[in-house]
Design a protein around this ligand. Structure first.
Ligand SMILES: Nc1ncnc2c1ncn2[C@@H]1O[C@H](COP(=O)(O)OP(=O)(O)OP(=O)(O)O)[C@@H](O)[C@H]1O
Length: 234
């Protein structure tokens, strides 16, 4: 059975009559890294927010790891869904060090276990020398790694990443893409990654969900088609 099942999902913001997401269905298998592509305003961030439990759909069902997290009768709160999220601006706590940012989401376990998990995450994202620093003392790429470590620390079932490269310099992007790919592979995490840049998706993801046309999903090797579809729509 698929790890994530999204069926006939629809959503509209109250201020607009037009649905942002309209009867969208897809599945994600365990350990897949899937890209969500689409032009600005096509609903990429909204889809992640629906999956994370930050918005309530108009219609449809989302199931994660065999549990229905939302349908027309049920709404599971965000912190119960086993979903980790890395936001576009990283959303780090400015008054907490790298270590404390990473430990933040590990509230309910013993201090010794929290610290052990934090050290595992520091190893994973290679931030040993920076563990005592505050977010404003880090580069964009380093902040991204902290955000990633914080999201992975509670061992989520799935990681959602919203435009993970949008705040990075062009020159840095290539190396950080490969770094992220390695970290995701090492962590063995299933991931849904939003981008409007085909290069991000090409380098990191094995499959694309294209929000330009809700009925299409594709696999590696069909990116040319996706690219053309995006260009043709503009
Ligand atoms: N809080 C909100 N209230 C009303 N409309 C919203 C709200 N947030 C987003 N929208 C609208 O919903 C649509 C989809 O927005 P969303 O942020 O999901 O798109 P996106 O594909 O992630 O765009 P981008 O690539 O520019 O980040 C847009 O038309 C946007 O203006």
């Amino acid at each position: 059975m698929s790890l994530v099942l999204v069926e006939q999902l629809s959503y509209a913001y109250t201020s607009s009559k037009q649905p942002v997401i309209d009867a969208l269905s897809f599945t994600i298998e365990q350990h897949e890294v899937v890209g969500i592509l689409g032009p600005s305003g096509s609903g990429k961030s909204t889809l992640l927010r629906l999956m994370a439990g930050l918005e309530i759909p108009l219609k449809g069902t989302i199931s994660i790891a065999g549990r229905t997290v939302v349908n027309d009768k049920l709404f599971m709160e965000a912190d119960q869904r086993g979903v980790g999220m890395v936001f576009q601006d990283y959303a780090l706590f400015p008054h907490l060090t790298v270590e404390k940012n990473i430990m933040f989401g590990l509230g309910k376990i013993k201090k010794r276990e929290r610290e052990a998990r934090m050290h595992e995450m520091i190893d994973l994202v290679k931030l040993h020398d920076l563990a005592k620093r505050y977010p404003h003392e880090l580069s964009g790429g380093q902040q991204q790694r902290v955000a990633l470590a914080r999201a992975l620390a509670p061992k989520p079932t799935i990681l959602l990443m919203d435009e993970p490269f949008s705040n990075l310099d062009y020159d840095l992007k290539q190396s950080i893409r490969l770094e992220l790919k390695t970290i995701l592979q090492t962590a063995g995490i299933t991931c849904l990654l939003v981008s409007h840049d085909l290069n991000d998706v090409n380098d990191i993801c094995s499959r694309v969900i294209d929000l330009t046309d809700h009925t299409r999903t594709t696999t590696r090797g069909c990116f040319e088609d996706v690219s053309n579809a995006l260009v043709n729509k503009r």
